[in-house]
Write a protein that binds this ligand. Structure first.
Ligand code: FAD
Length: 527
């Protein structure tokens, strides 16, 4: 390990790794410091349920990073040289309603529309028109995701200059549910789409969630679901290979305690135990914004109101609980027809009031066992399991902060709830018996925040995906372009544009800003 570095980066989530890769490729001496024993953060795969079964600890689908020039143009040769491969399943999801009907989503718009037509022929056309309408502006929106966001005032003026821009501003303000209702008539089709809108743990009935939904399905039709062969962690592994190949250094099991400040300038990192690592040119935090401010920068002179804005950040309405199963044989669903092969299967209410009531209770800290998705990664990537065997990953929507007992209560009730989710699964897939289950592992939302301490308040995207926390306003107005109000300190990761999720956007965008400030040519490392 070298004694001095040009740039030191706190945290080794996929965004921090991306920043590190571009810098190392440009010959910048870069060190990444990570508190856990593996790089990747929420992009991780482990044998949680026993040897041979590769389970995604957190993220599953990498659809969002598929539109990033990093992957589209293979700028870092992650695909060409460092062993990353993606599969894109055709059968995406099957939603089983409690009245016995099924709605299927395919990677193919026609097949999805055909499934919708069985419930509502008119909505099959409406849905197609919706996707085609979004598609007309999709390239521009994707370009915006993977660019440094403009100043929000300038952006608003730009958008206000055209009817399309004005419409985008309007739908940023409304709820996903309102947007869905503008296009779709049948309650069950509305609910199915709102389930997609809630996948990021957002309440689709909340104002400011419209834009998140607007993009998600048309984006998937264009770029695919993006399932990394070998597991979500294969992306992190490829980034580590790339980073080290270009001379970068990663230090694991090292907790960053604070940013080294001298004359109001970031000069390095101070680790737990007091060790100091100096950076000659820049310090990058690949952490949650509220981990850094104020805790890691005590004594810094910050702009008036800055810390208040961090205090009032709004987090996603819900949090995840996961249960991983290693199975002797695949789940056989007895409800619905021919849905065994779908990448994920979920159950849902056919009644809008019951559906909306669920979100209300979850937001008030009342756990429910009827909001869960059953993901079958091995259907898109057979390398995840020993030959002939199977796996299943339950992704459940729960509150971290329980109305009765607070978040600590999860340590007492976690196993009981894991078993409830498995019991519910058995109602639609009775062959998931105790004999079929070879290994079981669960993580409560509290366990998930312990696994990755950057998931402040259990928010899988670091901050809620609300309109006022997007673009140049993320993390807070005035500081949405990766430079923080301390000289030489930069922020990347989910607290910055284009937000959480496996987008790689915060990483690539922050790298561009750092390159500019260091007088480096970003184009030279992307060609
Ligand atoms: C259960 C779950 C399911 C998800 N599913 C999906 C999905 O299917 N698709 C999708 O697109 N997104 C999904 N997400 C969201 C997505 O995984 C994250 O938003 C994304 O990976 C965040 O990456 P990041 O690089 O911004 O930060 P993080 O992955 O949060 O990385 C932060 C890193 O910093 C480290 N760290 C924290 N504190 C310190 C410290 N003091 N010192 C040193 N290191 C520190 C952490 O250990 C971590 O490695 C999911 C998230 C969860 C939790």
């Amino acid at each position: 390990m070298a004694d001095t570095y040009d740039v030191v980066i706190a945290g080794a989530g996929h965004n921090a790794l991306i920043v590190g890769c571009y810098l190392a490729k440009a010959g910048v001496r870069t060190l990444i410091v990570e508190r856990s024993d593996r790089a990747g953060g929420s992009v991780a795969t482990r044998e949680l349920t026993g040897p041979g079964f590769k389970q995604d600890v957190c993220s599953v689908s990498h659809s969002l990073i598929m539109g990033n020039p990093l992957i589209r143009n293979d700028e870092l040769q992650l695909l060409g040289k460092y062993g990353l491969t993606y599969n894109h399943p055709e059968r995406i999801s099957a939603l089983l309603f409690d009245d016995g009907t099924v709605l299927e989503f395919w990677s193919d718009l026609d097949r999805t529309a055909a499934s919708i037509a069985k419930i509502s022929p008119i909505d099959a056309d409406n849905y197609r028109r919706f996707v085609e309408t979004v598609d007309r502006t999709l390239d521009m929106l994707v370009m915006g995701m993977f660019s440094v966001p403009p100043d929000p005032g300038a952006q608003a003026m730009m958008m206000n200059a055209s009817p399309e821009g004005q419409e985008l501003m309007r739908l940023q303000a409304i709820s996903a549910w309102d947007l869905i209702c503008e296009w779709i008539e049948h309650p069950k089709v509305r609910i199915a789409l709102a389930r997609y809108a809630s996948e990021t743990m957002m309440d689709p009935f909340d104002n400011g969630t419209g834009f998140g939904f607007y993009l998600i399905l048309p984006y998937m039709y264009k770029f695919g679901l993006g399932i990394a062969v070998g597991g979500s962690g294969a992306l992190a592994d490829a980034l580590v290979r790339c980073f080290e190949d270009h001379g970068g250094t990663i230090r694991l099991n090292a907790q960053v305690e604070r940013i080294l400040l001298e004359d109001q300038t970031a000069r390095g990192l101070v680790l737990e135990g007091g060790e100091v690592i100096r950076a000659e040119k820049a310090v990058v935090a690949g952490l949650h914004v509220a981990q850094v401010f104020p805790h890691m920068v005590e004594g810094a002179e910050l702009p008036p109101g800055f810390l208040h804005r961090i205090d009032v950040l709004k987090y996603a309405a819900l949090q995840p609980m996961t249960v991983h199963l290693a199975l002797k044989e695949p789940a056989r669903f007895t409800v619905g027809q021919g849905i065994d092969d779908f990448y994920w299967v979920e159950t849902g209410h056919a009644d809008v009031d019951a559906f909306a009531q669920g979100f209300q209770e979850l937001k008030r800290g009342i756990p429910r066992d009827d909001f869960a998705i059953y993901v079958q990664q091995f259907r898109a990537d057979p390398t995840r399991v020993p030959e002939g065997m199977a796996q299943l990953h339950i992704y459940a929507f729960v509150p971290l902060d329980l109305k009765e007992g607070g978040r600590e209560k999860w340590d007492q009730i976690g196993e009981e709830w894991a078993n409830r989710f498995i019991e519910n699964l058995r109602k639609i897939a009775p062959n998931v018996t105790e004999e079929n289950i070879l290994g079981k592992h669960f993580m409560t939302p509290l366990d998930i925040t312990r696994y990755n301490t950057s998931l402040v308040n259990g928010d899988i995207q670091h901050l809620g995906f609300y309109s006022w926390q997007l673009g140049g306003n993320r993390p807070v107005p005035g500081w949405g372009q990766y430079r923080m109000p301390i000289d030489r300190l930069y922020l990347t990761a989910g607290s910055t544009h284009p937000g959480g999720g496996v987008t790689g956007g915060p990483g690539r965008n922050a790298a561009q800003v750092i390159f500019e400030d260091l007088g480096l040519d970003f184009d030279a490392v992307t060609s």
